[in-house]
Design a protein around this ligand. Structure first.
Ligand SMILES: *[C@@H]1O[C@H](CO)[C@@H](O)[C@H](O)[C@H]1NC(C)=O
Ligand SMILES: *[C@@H]1O[C@H](CO)[C@@H](O)[C@H](O)[C@H]1NC(C)=O
Ligand SMILES: *[C@@H]1O[C@H](CO)[C@@H](O)[C@H](O)[C@H]1NC(C)=O
Ligand SMILES: *[C@@H]1O[C@H](CO)[C@@H](O)[C@H](O)[C@H]1NC(C)=O
Ligand SMILES: *[C@@H]1O[C@H](CO)[C@@H](O)[C@H](O)[C@H]1NC(C)=O
Ligand SMILES: *[C@@H]1O[C@H](CO)[C@@H](O)[C@H](O)[C@H]1NC(C)=O
Ligand SMILES: *[C@@H]1O[C@H](CO)[C@@H](O)[C@H](O)[C@H]1NC(C)=O
Ligand SMILES: *[C@@H]1O[C@H](CO)[C@@H](O)[C@H](O)[C@H]1NC(C)=O
Ligand SMILES: *[C@@H]1O[C@H](CO)[C@@H](O)[C@H](O)[C@H]1NC(C)=O
Length: 648
């Protein structure tokens, strides 16, 4: 019998499947259309224009095989953060990988409404979409993207314990490791299996020895994880597995206050109450139980679609919390605002176009500028990216990036700093617009040499830099009216240096005269603290910078944000790159990872005398006095200027 011909419709389906299977997704690609069945009906995404009410969007697929993703939903503080810290626009799509997706999302919706009764009145409810079909039954491209964008490190993969007993086949349970910055994971400490022994860790001291064994201990309300780890350490256990309190889910164990200054060198992890009871039962019946720790690679759990309809990675979740999703939506709000500002009319001069910053010389370019004095404002439009399209292709460490400029006839101002940024930990999305108008005299001729550098050992970053000159001035009118004023001259002031007991000794007063032409004077400084002495100076210590004018006017810049645990995370709306692959959350001394340093500008005209010579002094303090490190001192990077304005 002759083989039946493949009907055309099947052929088409096969072609479609083949096409879908080969499809690649790259961050920055336009999101393709999709439909999702939700608890309140359905959402249909067509494109950025027709579906703008759905943008921006963060999509999060819960997976019961991941205790990490489960904790995001079960922890009250996480759900509260979702409600309290969400932007006024932006959508969440909640999905589930499990076969019980409908029950899962009904539970999720309840979790949210339990926190805020009038959620649906508040508007946030309308921007939360609960998908009723399992991820792999949604009939669109989203599961494919989630499987292609492999997930590595924090929160990725399924963290598991392989449980072996004398008599049975081994089985697998979920585990949740403590906060990354508190205690290590047993997965990195133990490659082979380890015997498990029960310990009453909430009771405190015990004189048994659990040497070489894994302690398993029931958590009770009011018993701190710190106390439990200490108890396990005291009996020489090789590690601790905590069983969640009665009917509770595993949480990411953390320390509080002074506890965090003591680190016991044993790893810990947590399992659910139900699984814990099974193991305790085995132990009570004198069965030998062994644990081994494994992480099975997983698909991804989340991604975003920005306000422009482009698919985007959402970075790392350093601990399980909805805060990371709220920060990602804040970033989209920041980005849409930035794109809006960049679309405004300006004379744009491209300096670098995806140029490599690497090695001793960094990136440099000689560029012809328009007559810059005809513009009232100048901004740096800077984007920092990486070789590839994925975050994982970016350099892992944060470094200072500085832009120097040297114009052909400006011998005195050669190699002064025009801009400063800090790279992010492994994210390729940073983009900032920085006003630098008072530094306009650095661009004193039509041909200027721009150099952008980071430390020579940093892996390459890619810079796209444009100068934006805006608000053109009709100089004829300006001359007649006497306004606006233009920055005409710069007086370089103080530079930074090693932040030790001699830091302030090198600074001498600077004297200058106002000419009758000078109508306004601005103090401009870009200051950042780096390094780590015994006081965490100067990256994580609060430093203050005092510019005294004529011995009586104090202009003080204090970085009180340094060392705050969410000091930089709370600045995503100001341009801090969210969800970096490192400790980006902490406040720094005058800076954040993945952000520009905005110049500090103070109008000091009223502090000056036109009749006599003016004097300006500087000193930098730690804790109201000279720094006095007892270990390797840190350093301050500072450029400071007076910018003198006069009429046309
Ligand atoms: C998108 O919107 C435009 C006008 O707003 C309309 O003409 C077009 O048909 C819409 N496209 C789709 C696919 O609905
Ligand atoms: C979350 O919102 C609360 C209340 O608006 C605010 O106090 C807190 O600083 C926010 N936290 C973060 C991490 O943004
Ligand atoms: C632990 O201490 C108690 C009382 O101090 C003692 O009776 C017991 O024998 C000790 N057990 C071990 C294993 O040393
Ligand atoms: C920047 O580089 C890209 C790729 O090489 C090129 O397509 C684009 O035209 C360049 N833009 C400018 C303004 O030179
Ligand atoms: C530099 O040259 C420009 C003309 O190209 C001139 O207008 C300007 O005054 C010069 N600046 C200095 C500092 O000599
Ligand atoms: C531009 O400045 C950099 C840094 O000083 C220097 O290495 C480079 O040679 C300069 N380019 C030209 C053409 O002068
Ligand atoms: C500047 O303003 C004057 C007076 O309003 C006008 O005559 C002249 O054309 C303007 N110049 C430019 C370049 O726009
Ligand atoms: C300021 O003016 C006085 C008097 O004209 C002069 O003696 C002094 O050198 C000037 N100082 C500076 C810093 O220019
Ligand atoms: C700051 O100085 C005060 C008084 O000298 C001292 O008591 C305090 O411990 C210091 N704080 C820090 C953080 O060093």
């Amino acid at each position: 019998m002759a083989k039946p011909e493949v009907p055309l419709v099947f052929a088409l389906i096969i072609i479609t499947i083949a096409y879908t299977q080969c499809a690649t997704f790259l961050p920055g690609d336009e999101a393709k259309p999709f439909t999702l069945r939700t608890l309140s009906g359905k959402i249909e995404y067509i494109n950025a224009k027709n579906s703008s009410h759905l943008l921006p969007m963060v999509l999060f697929a819960y997976d019961p095989r991941s205790a990490y993703m489960e904790a995001i939903w079960t922890k009250d503080s996480s759900v509260k953060a979702l409600i309290m810290n969400s932007t006024k626009s932006g959508n969440y799509v909640f999905m589930s990988y499990s076969d019980h997706a409908l029950q899962d999302v009904q539970w999720m919706q309840k979790r949210v409404t339990n926190q805020i009764a009038d959620l649906y009145l508040s508007g946030l409810g309308k921007r939360m979409h609960f998908v009723v079909l399992p991820v792999e039954s949604m009939g669109n491209w989203i599961p494919l993207l989630l499987s292609k964008w492999t997930c590595q490190d924090f929160g990725c993969g399924f963290q598991q314990i392989l449980v072996s007993t004398d008599s049975k086949f081994p089985y697998v349970i979920n585990r949740l490791d403590p906060r990354y910055d508190w205690i290590g994971s047993p997965a990195s400490a133990y490659k082979s299996s380890i015997q498990v022994v029960e310990l009453d860790a909430c009771k405190g001291s015990s004189n048994v020895s659990l040497s070489g064994k894994m302690a398993i201990a029931q958590h009770q309300k009011g018993c701190s994880y710190f106390k439990m780890v200490k108890a396990a350490y005291t009996v020489k256990a090789a590690g601790l597995t905590v069983i969640a309190a009665k009917n509770e889910y595993p949480v990411d164990m953390n320390c509080h206050g002074n506890e965090c200054n003591v680190r016991y060198p044993i790893p810990a992890t947590m399992i659910s109450y139900a699984e814990g009871q099974k193991i305790l039962k085995l132990l009570k019946s004198k069965k030998k139980v062994d644990f081994s720790f494994q992480t099975t690679p997983s698909h991804n759990f989340y991604f975003g679609i920005d306000g422009q309809g482009k698919i985007e990675e959402t970075g790392w979740l350093l601990y399980p919390s909805f805060l990371y999703f709220t920060w990602q939506l804040q970033w989209y709000a920041y980005k849409s605002n930035l794109i809006h500002n960049i679309a405004e009319h300006a004379k744009v001069v491209q300096i670098f176009n995806d140029s490599t910053i690497h090695g001793k010389y960094g990136a440099s370019a000689i560029v012809n500028l328009p007559p810059v004095k005809e513009y009232q404002d100048v901004q740096l439009d800077m984007a920092l990216s990486c070789r590839g399209k994925r975050d994982e292709e970016c350099p892992p460490w944060d470094h200072t990036v500085q832009l120097y400029v040297c114009c052909s006839n400006a011998t005195s101002h050669c190699q002064q700093e025009l801009g400063r940024w800090i790279t992010s930990f492994r994210r390729r999305i940073g983009h900032w617009l920085t006003p630098v108008t008072p530094l306009l005299p650095l661009l004193s001729s039509s041909s200027c040499n721009f150099t952008m550098k980071t430390v020579p050992w940093a892996q390459p970053w890619f810079t796209t830099l444009k100068l934006r000159f805006s608000h053109k001035i009709n100089t004829t009118v300006a001359k007649k009216k006497g306004t606006p004023l233009k920055p005409q001259k710069l007086i370089p002031l103080f530079r930074g240096g090693t932040f030790d007991k001699n830091y302030n000794k090198k600074y001498k007063p600077i004297h200058f005269n106002m000419t009758s032409k000078t109508k306004k004077v601005k103090l401009v400084a870009v200051i950042t603290g780096h390094g780590s002495d015994n006081n965490n100076c100067a990256e994580f210590c609060v430093t203050s910078h005092h510019f005294m004018v004529n011995e009586k006017h104090a202009n003080v810049r204090t970085f009180s944000n340094a060392g705050n645990s969410l000091g930089c995370a709370e600045r995503v709306l100001q341009g801090v790159t969210p969800n970096e692959h490192g400790t980006w959350l902490y406040g720094r001394d005058g800076w954040c990872d993945g952000q520009e340093i905005k110049p500090w500008i103070v109008d000091i005209t009223n502090q000056l005398s036109t009749k006599s010579v003016n004097t300006i002094t500087y000193h930098g303090y730690y804790n109201h006095t000279d720094p006095h490190p007892t270990s390797k001192p840190g350093y301050i990077i500072m450029y400071s200027f007076l910018s003198l304005y006069d009429t046309y």
